[in-house]
Design a protein around this ligand. Structure first.
Ligand code: BDR
Ligand code: CA
Length: 317
């Protein structure tokens, strides 16, 4: 059965790759994109969402603009260092001709979820601001949403924005706190798994044997991202953080999942934004999150490439 999903996103290079992968996956029906500030400002995030959908001839999919600020923190949009100023690396996509649909993403999420309780899965791959506000604004939201599959957090892994914290969670830790304690069934895909999924420059070259705007987009979009990884991590490649969430649908066997009580530090100290699991069960609290602690990373990258190749063959200039 195909899974009906809404992606809540701050595109972002790996966010954009997630849209492509969703559209290339027969197991998934992508119903909408809701945007949130994070990697870039909300205006750029919405523009990028629209442009990428146009590139892949999918502008019938609604895009709805969401929060421009985290709940309490000041936005820094520091993702621009990783994702390029535009948010989509060195790729230059035309100004989109389609427009976001009227209204706010938080209201859209509430409306869609309440209209079809237990039907829609939401995949948040940016800061959790929109989801937290939907939970707070409409008390029936948490019960009606089928599940959340979240890219975020660093459980045993170190952080990628502070030594302890992962970017999406750190950008709005208070929102993450609300979401983690909402009672919604949650699968968390943290850096522990995503850093195992490295797309290399050789992979991008392999994809570009196909002459297609999709293959070229993957090459140009990942170029800045790969420069960043070369400078800071010492290899020419980049982690497929956000796309990995979709593999929970179509390749769950490649993950090692564990159920844990997971929380996030919002104390305001040096570890603010840090996500942690109660491995020793000392808090004696029930598990609230299914965590992907490991993944067969190369298996995922191969699946990603195969699907990008199929998509590239189906779309030419
Ligand atoms: C997350 O941070 C963002 O920069 C990426 O798009 C991904 O969602 C990885 O920490
Ligand atoms: Ca993202």
């Amino acid at each position: 059965m195909t899974k009906r999903i809404i992606i809540d996103t701050d595109p972002g290079v790996d966010d954009a790759l997630t849209f492509l992968l969703a559209l290339a996956s027969p197991e998934i029906k992508l119903e909408a994109l809701t945007t949130v500030q994070g990697n870039v400002t909300i205006e750029k995030a919405t523009r990028n969402a629209l442009s990428v959908l146009e590139l892949v001839q999918a502008s019938q999919i609604p895009v709805v603009q969401g929060c421009s600020h985290p709940l309490l923190k000041t936005p820094h949009n520091s993702g621009e260092a990783v994702h390029g100023q535009s948010g989509i690396g060195k790729s230059v996509l035309p100004e989109p001709t389609s427009k976001p649909i009227e209204g706010h993403a938080v209201d859209y999420l509430i409306e869609r979820v309440l209209a079809e309780p237990d039907e829609l899965s939401i995949f948040p791959i940016g800061p959790l601001t929109n989801i937290a506000l939907a939970i707070r604004k409409e008390p029936r939201f948490a019960k009606a949403v089928k599940e959340l599959v979240i890219m975020g957090g660093a459980i045993r892994s170190g952080g990628n924005i502070t030594p302890l914290a992962e970017f999406n969670i750190n950008e709005d830790p208070h929102a993450a706190h609300i979401v983690f304690h909402s009672g919604i069934p949650i699968t968390l895909v943290p850096l522990d798994a995503t850093y195992k999924c490295l797309l290399t420059s050789d992979d991008v070259e392999r994809l570009n044997k196909i002459d297609s705007p999709i293959a070229r987009f993957v090459r140009d979009a990942t170029a800045t991202y790969m420069d960043f990884y070369l400078k800071y991590e010492g290899f020419k490649g980049c982690a497929l953080h956000d796309p990995l969430t979709l593999a929970v649908i179509f390749a769950s066997e490649i993950f090692t999942f564990e159920d844990h009580y997971v929380d996030v530090d919002i104390s305001g100290g040096i570890s603010t934004g840090k996500t942690f699991a109660d491995f020793m069960r000392v808090a004696k609290k029930p598990s609230n999150i299914k965590v992907a602690l490991d993944v067969r990373g190369r298996d995922f990258v191969e699946l990603f490439l195969e699907r990008m190749e199929t998509l590239s063959r189906s779309i030419s200039d």
